[in-house]
Design a binder for this molecule. Structure first.
Ligand code: MLT
Length: 310
């Protein structure tokens, strides 16, 4: 079992792979050209979100049997291409959801209270709160787009702040809404018109790409705050910037600006935008969970056993 790892995973995960009998190469600084050259030697490839696993790679990967996505989203992996070649793709959908939900709450509070802006002023030895009055969460309405694993964790946590929670998710049944105490909105437009804060938690698919754009911002509640800890592209960045400039959007908290892994998004230039570099899963706990789980999944799949998240 010869496994190539192209993005950092936790030491515990590496140890697990070795215990499982794999020969592991961690090569996190390969250029694309180098990756395409070496991939032919490997039975399995483990990636996070930066490595594009696509047709170009599959054509060179003559030995490849398993792709492990150390994390949740598989939008960087050509799933059809893998299926056509009999390559199994495994991921770790549960392992980092708490960390992602917690960062969502962090960015939400940071952007509603201007924490980074105040921090920067004071670190610069300027004691000045002017122009940075925040917004209290209690009594406000949060609109959640996508009430899956992470969206649900965000909902339960925001309830404790005394917020009203409404959600748009055509794929989730009534029982989950009821159990979480969340009100369903049938249309995204209705949710946007009502929400003081919008947070999105959908995977990136053909259906969800650009689902919040110019039209949706036009009908949004004036002063809405927007949080995206899911994926770049779900919210059209150009439309978001326009909505900020038109003062429809009061503030933004975003973990996934366009251009990843380069810091090129024009959002970075705006004062009322709080950003992190796709750090939702970057906690010790989540990375240990992800590392160990992906190691188990990849080893099981290579042995031809049923991998739970394939
Ligand atoms: C995920 O999909 O699990 C997260 O975005 C975290 C990551 O890619 O590392």
């Amino acid at each position: 079992m010869h496994v190539l790892i192209t993005e950092p995973i936790a030491q515990k995960g590496l140890e697990k792979l070795v215990q499982e009998g794999a020969k592991v190469d961690v090569k996190t600084d390969l250029s694309r050209k180098e990756l395409l050259e070496v991939i032919r030697d490997y039975d399995a490839l483990i990636v996070r979100s930066n490595t594009k696993v696509n047709e170009e790679l599959y054509q060179k990967a003559t030995r490849l049997k398993v792709v492990g996505r150390a994390g949740n989203g598989v939008d960087n992996i050509d799933m059809d291409g893998a299926t056509n070649r009999g390559i199994i793709v495994v991921n770790t959908p549960e392992s980092n959801v708490v960390s992602a939900a917690e960062l969502t709450i962090g960015l939400l509070i940071a952007s509603c209270r201007n924490i980074p802006q105040l921090h920067t002023r004071l670190k610069g030895k300027v004691w000045d709160r002017s122009g940075l009055k925040g917004m209290e969460l209690q009594g406000k309405t949060v609109g959640i787009v996508g009430l899956g694993r992470i969206g649900s964790l965000v909902a339960t946590r925001l309830k404790s702040f005394g917020m009203k929670i409404v959600a748009y998710d055509p794929y989730v049944n009534e029982t989950r809404f009821k159990n979480l105490g969340v009100e369903r909105r049938e249309k995204l437009e209705d949710l946007m018109a009502e929400a003081d804060i919008l947070t999105i938690h959908t995977p990136k698919t053909k259906e969800t790409y650009g689902m919040i754009g110019k039209e949706q911002f036009k009908g949004a509640k004036k002063g809405i705050r927007v949080i995206n800890c899911a994926r770049a592209g779900l919210i059209n960045e150009e439309a978001l910037i326009e909505a900020i400039k038109e003062k429809i959007v009061a503030s933004v908290g975003i973990d996934v600006p366009d251009g990843e892994p380069q810091a090129t998004s024009p959002l970075l230039e705006l004062d009322n935008v709080v950003v992190t570099p796709h750090a939702g899963a970057d906690t010790v706990e989540a990375q240990d969970n992800v590392g160990v789980t992906i190691a188990q999944e990849v080893a099981a799949a290579l042995r031809g056993e049923m991998a739970p998240n394939s």
